[in-house]
Design a protein around this ligand. Structure first.
Ligand code: ZN
Length: 170
């Protein structure tokens, strides 16, 4: 397998590649861990040079887009193959897309660790399960959301964000 040089990944992250090259990168990422590392590093570097988005707004927007895409995919999965590509392209051009991809990939990579946390929490809840807990089981999607937002925030350790996260952690 021929690896892509780092500068190609940088161009890919900044969406400055031609359609053919971009597609080759898309496919290569799926099969090559070494280049995935390089790509994630590029995303991290890019995130340092970008203005810090409001994480609450960003998370909301990302989830909205995700929900839209999922809904579209389930309604017209047959159309998805040839249509929708313009919409998809423009979404892929957005830097936010790369944040989301990186966060999703990180989630997958540390999948076992994440599930361990869930399991530990679940057993803690079992130990002192109150009636309220039984009636209101914690939402897994909410927890996953928390994890994702946390990871995305970790990608851009800016002082201002640090302050805000610190407050939330208390
Ligand atoms: Zn490679």
């Amino acid at each position: 397998m021929t690896h892509m040089p780092e500068n190609v990944w940088r161009l890919y992250t900044e969406d400055r590649l031609g359609p053919d090259d971009r597609e080759r990168c898309d496919h290569h990422l799926l099969t090559c861990d070494a280049c995935l590392d390089v790509y994630l590093r590029c995303v991290e570097q890019m995130s340092e040079s970008l203005p810090v988005p409001d994480m609450d707004v960003f998370a909301e927007t990302a989830m909205l887009h995700w929900a839209e895409q999922t809904a579209q995919a389930s309604i017209s999965s047959s159309k998805e193959a040839k249509g929708c590509s313009d919409k998809r392209r423009s979404w892929m051009r957005h830097p936010v897309f790369h944040y989301t991809v990186a966060a999703a990939i990180t989630l997958i990579l540390m999948g076992s660790g994440v599930f361990q946390i869930f399991t530990q929490q679940a057993s803690a809840w079992d130990a002192n399960a109150s009636d309220w807990m039984k009636q209101h089981p914690p939402s897994w999607s909410e927890q996953l959301m928390e994890q994702t937002v946390g990871l995305i925030a970790a990608l851009q350790p800016k002082p201002k964000q640090e302050e805000r996260r610190g407050k939330r952690d208390e």
